[in-house]
Design a protein around this ligand. Sequence first.
Ligand code: KIV
Ligand code: ZN
Length: 512
Amino acid sequence: MGEQIKIFDTTLRDGEQSPGCSMNLQEKIQMAKQLELLKVDVIEAGFAIASQGDFISVKEIAKNVKNCTVASLARALPKDIDCAWEAVKYAEKPRIHTFIATSDIHMKYKLKMRPEEVLENAINMVKYAKKYCEDIEFSAEDATRSNPEFLARIFEKVIEAGATVINIPDTVGYTTPDEFYSLIKTIKEKVSNIHKAEISVHCHNDLGMAVANTIAAAKAGATQLECTINGIGERAGNAALEEIVMALNTRRDFFDLDCNIDTTQIMRSSKLLSTITGIHVQPNKAIVGANAFAHESGIHQHGVLNERSTYEIMTPESIGLSNNTMVLGKHSGRHAFEERLKMLGYTLSKEELDVAFKEFKDLADKKKVIYNRDIEAIITKDSTKIPKVYKLKRFIINSGNSITATASVMLKYNDVEIEDVSTGDGPVDAAFKAIEKIVDMELILEDYYLHSVTEGKDAQGEAIVKIRKDKRIYTGRGISTDVIEASIKAYVNAVNKMLYEIYSQEKEKNVS
Ligand code: KIV
Ligand code: ZN
């Protein structure tokens, strides 16, 4: 067995703070539980001081996650550290992750502090955090553009002050694999007490090298790798968890490194994140893209049919992609449906199974063959159980290329039916405007797209709608074999999420 590497997932912090990736409390808890199933070692649950919402999310994740360390980010400031501790203290294994920038450019222009002041502050804040918590991570922001001598000094001092993990971030995605490898080696050589701390790395993808840099660092001796599902994160994103893990697994012969990740949960983690955020990965994305295991050319297909390893360096099953292509249809019974769910890794309660089976039967009436992706779309559709304040009752559309589109939409608001009519630039626009009239709120449509869940003319359409109210963006999702219905459902879902968040915030204010 090779050296054990820890996987630190920051999907819910660095990932969540990137544009279009915001999640509500229920969604963050759901994602955290999936990360627990994936067996990451550390979940960075958020930046507790950033907002009341962030604080509550970190606190709730800390209460709900049992098997992973739960960390909160904190600037090197007492008020940040107090707040981080207040949120993570409920965790079985809490961690405070504090950071300060160490590059000349950041110290001079952002912090307006001299290196000696930064050093003193880092030491003091690690000591301050240590009063609360045994496990303290210290990050030297913009480490790859910092003076290596200064970095080594600051790391030695913070380890002396009690840091258990020192993190070396490539904050702006600037380094290269060889350079980063050397930097890690230098830190290992120059920091006399380095054996007392874990060496962590955190790479951004601005030059498309985040995964390569992370892996080079692991080869040089870093033992904690920070990453996100699907590589989401600031700007071009962070190093993608699935790519790092599968590289280590597939090339164990070269790296001789092991980690705890249950790789069969990779696909589900990736899909769950896409479902929640409405941000899908590109088809050719390594590991989790739709084409990652598709063999199109005749020569490749022939090779794979004879012997899979000719063109497959890892199996689809190893990341949790099922190879069962047997389709279900309208004659499939409850037992077959239940068996398929089990095979896909879903365990539903009896009530959830009743609902899902009914939806499956309804779909089978409209669609000849039901694929695994159809079933997953049914199961994950309402996976975050936010109250359905508004429900679609019915809609009528009148549209064509020589008339103005008109939509009449009736929603149920709790038990009251409300109907309104609007014209628009096409049927979807008209329907959205009718809904806006019903909910009586000014909403901005930030993004809308539609794609088919599977191939085939009778495929289900999945609509993703992003609406903005004030500064917050809410993502809604709807599926149906009718694309207008999918779009309306997605819009209503986004409105319900918005109302749920506003209501939760009001409730929280009244309690505190
Ligand atoms: O990119 C970065 O430097 C960070 C730190 C706060 C760890 O996200
Ligand atoms: Zn970062």
